[in-house]
Design a protein around this ligand. Structure first.
Ligand SMILES: [Zn+2]
Length: 698
């Protein structure tokens, strides 16, 4: 999945992440956990940056990096002055084009800072990059409220301009209005105060979740029956003979999956789903009130309507209808999944009449083992890192008509010797550059994400992007570097973002470059591209056995697909439960909202699992900060991703006629049209739910 900078000012500098990073500024929203993850993960916390009490003077490398990183910001400041001091009639050339350069330069600083703060091997440089990032954010915030700049852009006559320029101006003015720049002084002051307070409260909400680690006490190792030996070894009894199991993921996930002791699993579940309950309901109440007030000042019925307005979905009502529709589609399968788990539970307790929420993961694992077992150690023998990467490059070369040329590390200015850079060429002409930073090392970003390094602007600069991942390193192990299939899927997913960035990076207006489309569309191309890592015809091009060289067996791929879909109905229903919380909390009048009652009612309506007394899930639902009303976006982009695969039904995923159309009509178009229009251009019809329905039913 991905998370990105939602600021329109920085929309060109999109960070496509599949992990999380706490926003360092109000403009930057958080990444989130994978949409399919059965358990919602909290947003990742940045380690606190400890500043020395006696500030150390920066070393020469830091000074050099700061100069390089701030260059775009300084240029942007100069260009702002140029726009504001221009006299005479406002034109595209003297105002819009200069503003475009301003955004491009600001984006360059933002992108370099954002990437280096996560990947640079030198901690001092990572700190300097964070400082640079903050300076950029500060400038961007001021820009968003700059009335003179707003007036200057508004004064440009674009009545005779082309459609894309008109779109650029419309979007820009809309975004300015959405930030409240045209409100009176008192209202603007209030909006600024609301934003500051929302940021503060949001950070506190996340902090309370991250810091509220709880635990249960287990009286002896015999009560850990079912747990893997390494887990038991890592949890020795304390001086009093007690074993402590915490609500942190490395404890929680395996415990909920394998522990045979039902009462202990239930106890840990209750602790887990109570995190944040001492303070976060009150904080959430404040956040909801602030959001509602902001929406009201800006003329919207509620926050859900405000935040969805510039997304594909457009309104809170449409989001609500979407959730209902998906839930109805998933319900029969969810019911079937539930019945299967109840049957399994009865093998332990013949009198069981219902499956508890704390039993779900454990039972799913049992059924999976019995019915759908795929031996992971067999599967990974077919995924040697170098062959997977070579296969990915071969496939994208073929389907998009591009070639890759290795660039030596000096020319490409790589930040670590393990980073490989390629120029991407189309018909012999360079169209961009990619950097692959694929293996773990100390101090590096811990998830998998696509980062922008440069936005593509026609005639000004070519797009550059980086994949930052943590796959097995062929240099680090004595044997071959074997990947889990999940990792292979992640690699294709991230590469889907990268291709969007590169192939869509030839726009006149930086605001329309590559992945700069509506927030709820951004994940569709990457989710769609995962399919190339699931189908036999594409897998067989590169998935070959590490010792025998044999192609992955067709039956094994079919087995992997079946296992992947087990529990799908239940998972989709659960996602719609989360999406409903996210939406309904932002549609309700905060003064009347009863948080816990709403949760109970939604759980009853949307999932077969009863509410468990003592829990307060919303108090640790971290997405309520970064995603607010928009949790629906995960499923929304998945529905569209499934539909985008429809034209491949006849000729398969390597049908180059279809891939060329997809490249030209969707990827290359970037944000020059509404995503719904791009999808229609490609499909020859409006998107619909049929493909998703089929996916759910087979
Ligand atoms: Zn993604």
């Amino acid at each position: 999945m991905k998370k990105y900078r939602s600021s329109w000012l920085l929309s060109g500098a999109l960070l496509a992440a599949c992990g999380g990073k706490t926003p360092s500024a109000p403009l930057i929203t958080q990444p989130a956990p994978a949409p399919d993850a059965p358990v919602i993960q909290p947003a990742e916390k940045e380690p606190p940056v400890t500043k020395p009490t006696e500030p150390k003077p920066p070393n020469p490398a830091q000074v050099a990096f700061a100069t390089k990183c701030n260059a775009g910001l300084e240029t942007a400041k100069g260009l702002l002055g140029t726009i504001l001091t221009t006299t005479g009639p406002r034109t595209i050339a003297n105002t819009l084009d200069v503003y475009n350069q301003l955004l491009t330069n600001l984006g360059n600083s933002s992108a370099l800072a954002g990437l280096m703060s996560e990947v640079h091997p030198d901690e001092a440089i990572r700190d300097t990059a964070r400082d640079c990032e903050q300076a950029v954010s500060q400038f961007a915030t001021d820009l968003q409220l700059n009335r003179e700049l707003f007036a200057a852009i508004k004064a440009v006559d674009v009545s005779k301009a082309d459609a894309v320029t008109k779109r650029f101006v419309e979007q820009t003015l809309r975004d300015y209005r959405r930030s409240g720049v045209d409100r009176d002084d008192a209202q603007r002051a209030r909006l600024k105060a609301i934003d500051d307070e929302m940021t503060r409260q949001g950070q506190q909400f996340s902090k309370n979740i991250a810091e509220d680690t709880r635990s249960i006490e287990v009286s002896s190792a015999t009560e850990l029956a079912g747990m893997p030996a390494d887990f038991i070894a890592a949890h020795p009894p304390d001086a009093n003979g007690k074993i402590h199991i915490t609500t942190d993921y490395p404890d929680y996930n395996p415990f909920m999956t394998y522990a045979q002791n039902d009462a202990l699993r239930k106890a840990l579940y209750i602790q887990f789903r109570s995190r944040g309950d001492k303070q976060n309901e009150k904080i959430l109440q404040t956040i909801l009130e602030l959001r509602a007030e902001k929406a009201r000042i800006l003329g919207y019925k509620n926050w859900a309507d405000y935040i969805t307005e510039d997304k594909m979905i457009r309104t809170g009502k449409a989001a609500s209808d979407f959730i209902t529709k998906i839930w109805k589609l998933a319900e029969p399968r969810a019911k079937h999944d539930y019945d299967e788990l109840l049957k399994q539970l009865k093998t332990h307790d013949a009198k069981a009449t219902a499956v508890g929420d704390w039993q779900k993961i454990w039972l799913e694992e049992e059924v999976k083992k019995a019915k759908y077992q795929v031996d992971g150690s067999e599967v990974r023998n077919y995924f040697v890192y170098q062959s997977v990467l070579a296969g990915l490059l071969e496939i994208t070369s073929t389907i998009y008509g591009i070639t890759y040329q290795v660039v030596d590390g000096k020319t490409a200015d790589v930040w670590h010797p393990s980073v490989v850079a390629y120029d991407v060429l189309r018909e012999g002409k360079k169209i961009g550059r990619i950097y692959l930073d694929m293996h773990p090392r100390d101090g590096k970003y811990k998830h998998a994400a696509q980062f922008t390094l440069r936005d593509g602007v026609a005639g000004a600069q070519l797009p550059e992007g980086a994949l930052v991942c943590n796959f097995p390193d062929p240099q680090a192990s004595s044997g071959p570097a074997l990947m889990e299939h999940d990792d292979v899927v992640t690699m294709f997913h991230e590469f889907g973002h990268l291709m969007h960035h590169i192939l869509g990076g030839n726009q006149h207006w930086v605001r329309h470059t590559g992945v700069a489309t509506e927030w709820d569309f951004v994940e569709a191309p990457s989710q769609m591209f995962e399919e190339w890592a699931w189908q036999y015809p594409t897998l067989s091009r590169f998935a070959k056995h590490v010792t025998t060289g044999a192609v992955i067996p067709k039956e094994l791929v079919a087995k992997m697909q079946r296992a992947d879909k087990f529990g799908l109905g239940s998972a989709v229903a659960q996602q719609m439960f989360y999406a409903s919380i996210s939406l309904e909390f932002h549609q309700a009048d905060p003064s009347k909202l009863q948080q816990l009652d709403t949760i109970k009612a939604l759980q009853k309506k949307l999932t077969p699992y009863a509410y468990v007394d003592g829990t307060k899930f919303h108090a640790s639902f971290g997405h309520l900060v970064g995603y607010s009303a928009m949790y629906y976006t995960y499923m929304w982009s998945k529905v569209i991703a499934k539909d985008l695969l429809s034209p491949f039904a006849k000729g398969g995923l390597m049908d180059t006629k279809v891939t060329a159309a997809y490249r030209d009509k969707i990827l290359a178009a970037g944000g020059t049209k509404d995503a719904a229009v791009l999808v229609k251009d490609f499909l020859g019809r409006d998107y619909n739910f049929k493909a998703f329905e089929k996916y759910l039913s087979e």
